[in-house]
Design a protein around this ligand. Structure first.
Ligand code: ZN
Length: 160
């Protein structure tokens, strides 16, 4: 396990579309372990593989309820609306207001390529949407209402 370098905005890789995982390999398992290490080390609640420079559809999330690993995730249901502060480990020190669905269901594969389904509200729903956007080369900064601003101490722990 190792900490990988988090790519920051301006790095072209972040604008690229990630490819689906067809087969779980030892190399991808190592990537997932490293993504968890990297996410926790950076105090993030989510990380997409593209943020460490790997264009594969893999996401790790932990909103304080334990790690969630999503391989080839898809949002299959979304309802409601929430507007709140959002940040990103690839845009360090900044945050902005983003509107997202308040309740989403996600279909994905786990590390053993078994089908899994997750349901999330509030921060977890926001994290699902934010991370899955990364897999399509989208950054939250394109969705920010008003100005991006410097993170205050209170929302520092919610970077994705
Ligand atoms: Zn992000």
């Amino acid at each position: 396990m190792a900490i990988r370098t988090i790519r920051t905005q301006g790095d072209e890789v972040l604008t690229k579309k990630s490819r689906p995982v067809k087969e779980m390999t030892p190399r991808l398992r190592e990537l997932i372990a490293d993504m968890l290490d990297t996410m926790y080390e950076a105090n993030g609640v989510g990380l997409a593989a593209v943020q460490v420079g790997i264009l594969r559809r893999i996401v790790t999330i932990d909103v304080g309820e334990g790690p969630i690993i999503l391989v080839n995730p898809e949002i299959v249901f979304a309802e409601g609306e929430q507007t709140g502060e959002e940040g990103c480990l690839s845009v360090p020190g900044m945050s902005g207001q983003v509107t997202r669905p308040n309740h989403v269901k996600v279909k994905a594969l786990d590390m053993d390529m078994n089908q899994v389904e997750y349901e999330g509200e509030e921060l977890l729903a926001r994290a699902f949407c934010h991370e899955i956007d990364h897999l399509d080369g989208k950054m939250y900064t394109d969705l920010v209402e008003g100005e991006l601003h410097q993170v205050t101490y209170e929302d520092e722990e919610e970077e994705e």
